[in-house]
Design a protein around this ligand. Sequence first.
Ligand SMILES: Nc1ncnc2c1ncn2[C@@H]1O[C@H](COP(=O)(O)OP(=O)(O)OP(=O)(O)O)[C@@H](O)[C@H]1O
Ligand SMILES: Nc1nc2c(ncn2[C@@H]2O[C@H](COP(=O)(O)O)[C@@H](O)[C@H]2O)c(=O)[nH]1
Length: 194
Amino acid sequence: MKKGLLIILSGPSGVGKGTVRKYFMQDSELNLAYSLSMTTRKPRAGEQDGVDYLFVEKEDFEKAIEHGELLEWAEFVGNYYGTPMSQVEKLRNEGKNVLLEIEVQGAKQVADKVPDAISIFMIPPTMEELAKRIRGRKSEAEEVVQERLAKAEKEMELIKDYKYVVCNDDPELAAQYIGLIVKRHMNDNETLAQ
Ligand SMILES: Nc1ncnc2c1ncn2[C@@H]1O[C@H](COP(=O)(O)OP(=O)(O)OP(=O)(O)O)[C@@H](O)[C@H]1O
Ligand SMILES: Nc1nc2c(ncn2[C@@H]2O[C@H](COP(=O)(O)O)[C@@H](O)[C@H]2O)c(=O)[nH]1
């Protein structure tokens, strides 16, 4: 069986990665599986362990780093986030195309380790719109919003390191673009396999 693709979706916090993901994951032709990240962040209202994230204590996260269990990890605004390697490998070996929705430090680690990973950077139409979205979500205190926005300015400079850039103005349109990118690489994968 042909190993599944590895897709990295990155971009500043609040740009709409999770929102857009929910649209394109519905397209069964993309044969996608979402990689569930591990984090030390506390769950937001409505978030569920094992659905949104694997919520863990700092000690457990550090053990996972120590034991080499993470494909990538990063500290982001005071919390750890990381991708458990075993589930990504298992899913890809089953032929699934695996989606990582991760911030830029982790995206770089994956791109270095897996050069044929498909990296997509999502941008907002404007930085004002990004601020509006992150505040509108009402998930963080203003102090954390400020930190995330300051980080976003720096993160935007990394746009050049990605294979694709998608602007999230209309989420359905952004999802369609991402779908087309994945389908194009699925076709390439098929051609190579023949
Ligand atoms: N195209 C869009 N137009 C207007 N609002 C949007 C759009 N896309 C997403 N949003 C809104 O912006 C907010 C942030 O979106 P979302 O949580 O999906 O971002 P994210 O990039 O996944 O954030 P994080 O990286 O912090 O997890 C949400 O309230 C969402 O409803
Ligand atoms: N490097 C990684 N970044 C991750 C991972 N899972 C999520 N993220 C990114 O962290 C920020 C903050 O997320 P939030 O849920 O607190 O808003 C955001 O950019 C996520 O995409 C991961 O496994 N590794």
